[in-house]
Design a protein around this ligand. Structure first.
Ligand SMILES: Nc1ncnc2c1ncn2[C@@H]1O[C@H](COP(=O)(O)OP(=O)(O)OP(=O)(O)O)[C@@H](O)[C@H]1O
Ligand SMILES: [Mg+2]
Length: 319
């Protein structure tokens, strides 16, 4: 076993222990009826947002969590391509009234619920405020049947991406150690505002643990200096040929090659998230070891759909 694998193994064991403790303390019951929304974003294109969202979603679902993944990637339907199936309906059909939101939910690996953005999300506002309001209310209602909603966003800092990210309760920024990706991640964090929300950072496609940690350290010191605060380091995912192999096979990495280093890193990330701040906010009595249990200040956990609706109908998603 390589040094990196040993580290991953240790992280997994620690995270599993944290999950067990949190579940014991709270008996796995989620408090409150509102479901938190976590946006996976990144700034630069191709850094691994969709692979992280999908495989994180499946890993969390395997732990018995009910996860809904909303593919908000501007009509590019990345997630569908990664799982190799195309749901019959997407959000565009729901917006135009061709189907109900329930009909548009596709249940994939490990029972992960997927709502495809299809062509629907490229310009939500174009469907008119009444349709958007109806769909946001349906999404809010649907999300109550889940423990967590993951939103896979598109690349860049376009207004529509920012609308989703700013509305989310929690944000995970995916970057790679490449300077261009880090610059874009910084620009995104600056645009989103680090002060008002919990932002975690994942260093993907790292050649080594050291490279990942050094890159995070560099990025976080720039954030501290210019933004007054820094993202929380959630860990790294190694550069791994199994990822493009899984993509080419149209199979999620954690199913295609569960023992591959990147798959194990994502599973460890899921276990870490499940055992720490994210769930501890909802688990009765559980304490957050890593982060203050505060969701986005702009409205509290669960206000996502309302914040999104307000932003879209105010024209915030245009541009
Ligand atoms: N850990 C990794 N190791 C090796 N290759 C990776 C890794 N993560 C991602 N990739 C490669 O990067 C490509 C892009 O990944 P993905 O589609 O998840 O990125 P994205 O950020 O969602 O892209 P977009 O901005 O286009 O939505 C994948 O097809 C895969 O080949
Ligand atoms: Mg993507």
């Amino acid at each position: 076993m390589s040094l990196q694998e040993t580290h991953l193994e240790e992280a997994l064991v620690r995270a599993q222990e944290a999950v067990r403790k949190a579940a014991e303390e709270g008996r796995g019951r989620l408090r409150g009826s509102r479901t938190p929304v976590l946006a996976v974003t990144g700034g630069k294109g191709g850094v691994g947002k969709s692979n992280v969202s999908l495989n994180l979603g499946i890993s969390l679902a395997r732990q018995g969590r009910r996860i809904l993944l909303l593919d908000a990637d501007l009509g590019l339907a990345n997630v569908e391509v990664l799982i190799g199936s195309s749901p019959r309906f997407h959000l565009g059909h729901v917006l135009s009234g061709e189907c109900t939101l329930e009909e548009a939910v596709y249940y994939g690996p490990a029972g992960l619920g997927l709502v495809s953005g299809g062509a629907g999300l490229s310009d939500l506002a174009a469907f008119g405020p009444a349709a958007v309001r109806r769909v946001m209310h349906s999404l809010e209602k649907l999300s109550q049947g889940f423990d967590l909603v993951l939103v896979d966003t598109g690349a860049g800092i376009h207004p529509q991406v920012l609308t989703f990210v700013r509305s989310a309760d929690y944000v995970v920024v995916v970057t790679t150690p490449e300077p261009t990706a880090m610059t874009d991640a910084y620009a995104l964090m600056k645009a989103v505002g680090l002060q008002d929300r919990l932002v975690g950072l994942v260093m993907n496609q790292a050649r080594s643990r050291e490279e990942a940690e050094q890159s995070y350290s560099h990025l976080s010191s720039v954030c501290s200096r210019y933004l007054g605060t820094k993202p929380v380091y959630l860990g790294h995912i190694p550069a791994d040929p199994a990822v493009p192999q899984a993509v080419r096979a149209h199979a999620p990495l954690v199913e295609f090659a569960p023992q591959a280093p990147a798959a194990r890193a994502i599973a460890a990330l899921a276990a870490g998230l499940a055992g720490s701040w994210l769930w501890s906010h909802f688990l009765a009595g559980a304490k957050s070891p890593a982060l203050p249990p505060e969701p986005a200040k702009s409205g509290g956990t669960g206000g996502f759909w309302r914040r999104l609706l307000a932003a879209i109908t105010a024209g915030d998603s245009h541009g």
